[in-house]
Write a protein that binds this ligand. Structure first.
Ligand code: GCO
Length: 430
């Protein structure tokens, strides 16, 4: 099995809300607690990474990995609009110092789907003021911790809002009996797709009440229906945060991550694939031209016929998430992105939800083999972060989706490193 060169960033990724536990000031926590929640279960203690990050980072380093991608939780730093919790800043200073102590490069995500509850009450990701609020949070944080950082991603999956808008529109159409010939839309993040309309309505009303918002259609979390203006608001927030952080800490390498798919049209499906590629990638290009890198995230492929997206056929393997188990997708997407974006690329997420760890190990080998070929062809790919370091809270799906290189018994929070962690660690030249 070929290996990546010594300087290549090889590691794993997590997100604060999915692993830390008790993110009680966040908008997700609010939505998990309502009676008609769209979440299968609440995040609660998650896998207690907030208290066990040293053990987890050491497991990553001892396996031979040299990079750890994690997110800083805005809702902890600013639980209220005018708050700035020093103890939480110091917590993340300790996480960063732990990375350096273990010879691990941190890749920090400033926003990974979750926002402070108050931000949503104040209009969230459809309120122009969010651009400056997010930039101010990022600027002040790197003024305090930037000396311990190197790679910073402003926003995780900055293109997710448009994908979700399409998913929710498609879901509503099906619920209202609309005849749609194409397969159900898919997205990395599941929304309460199996919920009956009545429960959805009650959930929306309860959510609006929880945020103190009158109109249930005006709850603009990051993962919610978005307007075309809201789609671009995220990119404006990215640019404002990037420029503010660069000014404060010129050494930082700053980018964002995008959720992308390997789009493969059958004959007759070309137009659908072209539109999808513009929706999920091309129309964002103008906003990332001044970035130092682009985080590429891909889990599977999407195929299209004349009616639109198609389902995987009978014989094709699926992951626990329901989409196709397709490790070749990440290299295909890196090649497609490299044609348009000329800066550095980092695979910031790629992985498989499966309870068969030998399949996970095979997936990793197949995915990374394709990426080594991309590097051979001169594509400036600088890193690969497997999603995820730990089995964790998969948003609405709860804890049943197991992506991790490390299993966790959540009753004791004991860690059980899997064979695949060793396999990934073995792919780096020493
Ligand atoms: C996403 C998020 C992760 C997910 C992962 C698996 O891309 O949706 O970045 O938080 O957990 O992708 O679905």
């Amino acid at each position: 099995m070929r290996r990546f060169e010594k300087g290549f960033m090889l590691g794993a990724a997590t997100a604060a809300h999915q692993v830390e536990g008790n993110n009680i000031h966040s908008d997700y926590w609010v939505q998990e607690q309502i009676p008609h929640s769209s979440f299968d279960e609440p995040s609660l203690d998650a896998v207690d990474h907030y208290n066990r990050y040293e053990e987890d980072i050491k497991l990553l380093a001892d396996a031979g990995l040299n990079t750890y991608r994690f997110s800083i939780e805005w809702a902890r730093i600013q639980p209220e609009p005018d708050a700035w919790v020093k103890e939480e800043v110091e917590h993340y200073r300790k996480v960063l110092e732990c990375c350096h102590r273990n010879g691990v490069t941190p890749i920090v995500t400033m926003h990974h789907f979750t926002s402070p509850k108050w931000l949503i009450t104040e209009g969230g990701w459809e309120n122009n003021d969010t651009v400056e609020k997010f930039a101010a949070y990022c600027k002040r944080l790197v003024e305090e911790l930037g000396d311990l950082m190197e790679y910073v991603s402003t926003i995780n999956e900055a293109n997710m809002r448009l994908q979700l808008a399409a998913l929710i529109k498609d879901m509503m159409k099906r619920m209202m009996g609309g005849n749609t010939k194409s397969a159900p839309a898919q997205s990395d993040v599941q929304v309460g797709i199996n919920m009956i309309p009545e429960n959805i309505k009650l959930g929306m009303i309860e959510t609006a009440n929880a945020f103190g918002i009158q109109d249930p259609t005006k709850v603009h979390t990051f993962i919610s229906q978005c307007t075309p203006e809201g789609d671009i608001l995220v990119m404006r927030a990215h640019e404002a945060a990037r420029d503010a952080m660069k000014k404060a800490c010129p050494h930082l390498k700053i980018g964002l991550t995008l959720s992308l798919h390997d789009l493969q049209p059958y004959s007759g499906g070309e137009k659908h694939a072209e539109k999808e590629w513009d929706d999920e990638f091309l129309h964002y290009l103008p906003y990332i031209q001044n970035d130092d890198f682009l985080g590429v995230q891909c889990y599977t492929r999407k195929r299209f016929d004349a009616n639109g997206v198609t389902q995987p056929s009978e014989g094709e393997k699926r992951t626990q998430m329901g989409y196709e188990d397709y490790p070749l997708g990440i290299a295909n997407v890196v090649r497609a992105v490299a044609k348009e974006f000329k800066g550095q690329l980092i695979v910031t997420e790629n992985g498989i939800a499966t309870n068969d760890d030998s399949r996970r190990a095979e997936f990793i080998k197949e995915a990374t083999e394709g990426l080594l070929a991309c590097i051979d062809d001169g594509i400036p790919l600088k890193g690969y972060m497997y999603w995820s370091l730990l089995d964790n809270f998969e948003w609405q799906k709860g804890y049943c989706m197991t992506f991790g290189l490390i299993a966790v018994d959540r009753t004791t929070q004991t860690r059980y490193p899997k064979e695949s962690l060793k396999v990934l660690g073995s792919l780096l030249e020493i």
